[in-house]
Design a protein around this ligand. Structure first.
Ligand SMILES: CC(C)(COP(=O)(O)OP(=O)(O)OC[C@H]1O[C@@H](n2cnc3c(N)ncnc32)[C@H](O)[C@@H]1OP(=O)(O)O)[C@@H](O)C(=O)NCCC(=O)NCCS
Length: 176
């Protein structure tokens, strides 16, 4: 694979992000969750209206990784309600970080994380938080390698049920 370029996404990328968002969500969760519920979530959350709304929020940004002209991954940072277990009440949420399977295990995830942290610093955040699925072991290991620690759980609506997903945080700048 040609070394991917990571760039800021714009509203012009909405169609591409809808397709990439739904494809990576399905790839990630169909094997570790109920496939029908995964498909329903993807159909509901990666519509042009929903994804276009990402670009209307202040202090949010979306990064896109492109290899040989084709999108292979994306990340989305936003200011959202901060779970009670996160001490920094101004923490920014890494709400999405997804690569196509073909782009995983290449170091691109780490490059995306570095780009995410640079954007978080630019948005003047001191802490990044995220919610993860507790059966997504590869992602949990990846976040642990990048200095995230579990601080509690938060509620996540999926498949008509409320789940208690692990909440992870890390400082934007790690101090030795
Ligand atoms: C989570 C995710 C972004 C992490 O990306 P990743 O590709 O697994 O992680 P990295 O980019 O750091 O790559 C690490 C692996 O690539 C290998 N690698 C190959 N070349 C590399 C390079 N130049 N630099 C770093 N690592 C490299 C490493 O040895 C490592 O292998 P290992 O996982 O077998 O130990 C990715 O797995 C993903 O998109 N998963 C699906 C979506 C998902 O679960 N998102 C999180 C939702 S909460």
């Amino acid at each position: 694979m040609t070394a991917p370029l990571i760039r800021l996404a714009t509203v012009d990328d909405v169609p591409l992000l809808c397709a990439l968002g739904a494809a990576t969500f399905r790839e990630t969760y169909r094997e570790i969750s109920d496939p029908r519920e995964v498909d329903d979530y993807a159909d509901e959350h990666f519509t042009p209206e929903r994804v276009a709304a990402w670009f209307r929020k202040p202090c949010a940004c979306t990064l896109l990784a492109v290899a040989a002209g084709a999108p292979v991954g994306y990340a989305h940072l936003r200011h959202a309600r901060v779970p009670a277990c996160v001490a920094d009440r101004k923490a920014i949420e890494l709400s999405r970080l997804y690569l196509l399977g073909t782009a995983q295990g290449t170091g691109l995830g780490s490059a995306m994380m570095a780009a995410v942290l640079a954007q978080a610093a630019g948005l003047e955040a001191r802490t990044v938080w995220l919610g993860a699925y507790d059966r997504n072991l590869r992602a949990l290991a990846f976040y642990a390698r990048h200095g995230f620690v579990r601080v509690g759980t938060h509620k996540f609506e999926f498949g008509g049920r409320t789940h208690a997903d692990p909440v992870l945080t890390r400082p934007v700048v790690l101090t030795p």
